[in-house]
Design a binder for this molecule. Structure first.
Ligand SMILES: [Zn+2]
Length: 247
């Protein structure tokens, strides 16, 4: 792995290891360097599994161009400020392109880096694939080793709920995971393009329940505060703007 321009300069005291070796009465002792907190913090952020394109997401660079998005952002901010006093997660719903994943990742990385929370990001389709693979006789990883980090994490972000339509038995596994988290009072943030009452303007016909089943839907509504996001698809707007500006 080469050093890229964005890499921070390694600490001059410890060379970036987080430890300083000292000679005390002829014995070598390691003491932790002042920069070690920062190293642990970035280790925790890396362990949270946020995809690269969302690692830069924070509240400051969230595009809140209308009242609904401003409200969503302030709810997410309050969620971070209130932690660990929160008793419900967030269910971010709305058409694609409004920054649901951005907001979820901003909350996750803030809590992991600033409040030392053990957090995990999981993409719904990836998770389903992993569950399916774990049931194969030649599977490398057992079902438990895949699911237990998700059951244990203090904060789980389950992104793009309902993007693929799983087999009923896969939904059972997912239900059990959410149920375990619910019973252990663990907090979950989920995002989905599918809503209870689909937004006619988005052209989406399927309801959330059609995609994930009624059991998971009701469990999520018990675990999370629903936040509906509305607005123009900024990706489409930006891309269209760029295309137009070429003429
Ligand atoms: Zn250091």
């Amino acid at each position: 792995m080469g050093i890229v321009a964005s890499d921070p300069v390694p600490c001059g005291d410890c060379g970036g290891t987080g430890w300083i070796l000292e000679n005390v009465d002829g014995r070598k002792l390691a003491r932790s360097c002042a920069c070690r907190d920062g190293i642990l913090r970035s280790d925790r952020v890396a362990a949270a599994g946020i995809p690269e394109r969302y690692r830069v997401c924070n509240f400051a660079n969230f595009s809140d161009t209308n009242a609904s998005l401003k409200k969503a952002k302030s709810i997410a901010r309050e969620f971070v400020d209130t932690w660990p006093g929160v008793d419900a997660g967030l269910l971010l719903l709305g058409p694609s392109g409004l920054g649901k994943t951005h907001l979820a990742c901003a909350v996750l990385s803030d809590l992991v880096s600033k409040k030392g929370v053990t957090g995990l990001y999981v993409d719904f389709s990836d998770l389903l694939m992993k569950i399916q693979t774990s049931f194969r006789p030649d599977a490398d990883l057992s079902k438990e080793s895949i699911l237990s980090p998700m059951a244990e994490a203090e904060l789980l972000v389950l992104d793009e709920l309902g993007t693929s339509k799983p087999h009923p038995w896969v939904l059972d596994v997912l239900y059990n995971l959410l149920n375990t988290r619910y019973n252990r009072k663990k907090i979950t943030i989920a995002t989905s393009n599918f809503e209870d009452e689909p937004d006619v303007k988005s052209g989406e016909r399927d309801r959330l329940e059609d995609r994930i089943g009624s059991r998971i839907r009701s469990r999520l509504f018990e675990m999370c505060l629903m936040v509906t996001m509305r607005g123009e698809d900024f990706r489409r707007t930006v891309v269209q703007g760029q295309i137009r500006s070429r003429f």
